[in-house]
Design a protein around this ligand. Sequence first.
Ligand code: G3P
Ligand code: CA
Length: 253
Amino acid sequence: FAAEFTTGDLRKVDNVAHRGASAYAPENTISAFDKAVEMKADYIEIDVQRSKDGKLVIIHDTTVNRTTDGTGKVGELTFDQLRSLDAGSWKGEQFAGEQIPTFDEVLERYHGKIGILVELKAPELYPGIEESVAEKLRERHLDKPQNEKIIIQSFNHESMKKMNDLVPKVPIGVLTSSRAHTTEQALQEFSSYADYFNPNYGIVTEELVNQVHSLGMKIGSWTVRSQEAADFLLDIKVDAIITDYPDYVDPRN
Ligand code: G3P
Ligand code: CA
């Protein structure tokens, strides 16, 4: 109908499955990422850390205690030890045997199929992790301009400056829950190296969205766990909605 075209908005919001479709499958596992693909999300969000012996692995907490049947710090366990853990059962017996994925595995399985929003989780615990991530992207020629649908983000902004120097063509995001980071001055500083400003849902306003846009950055907000929150963010025109429930973002938006 013509009316739809005249009143419709051609803007498309990116539907980002937070740690995969983590409401429906154990976060940061292949089953959660596959579920996100099945649900037609635009991106999966993953948390990258490093094993004691230098392998890049996908897990959110800095210990394995909550999401596996093991205990200990991610960075103090070898890859073989991490890989032997069950990362699925805590979410339900049907997920028993899910393993902690590697960064390599995720790039191999999902690149070209769905976008990947890569969070460097606590990079201060893993000196040199930026170089390792950059190397993995280069190996696969994913450090090239645009359309690769790879974004790198972190709460550690120094780490993101470094990432921007290492792979200048890969979009960078800064994460924050702090209102102190929403001043004009702070945002301007972020815009010198970041393409995305990704705030916690609790601090997002329409004014902030406009401010971020006027500095030439995009804005994605997290973590959406209700339909109301998704609708609010759509309304104030964020560019990305980072959600445990990809089904809350209407594919027509
Ligand atoms: O993508 C944003 C979000 O993942 C940041 O918070 O704690 O879920 O990693 P967290
Ligand atoms: Ca994350």
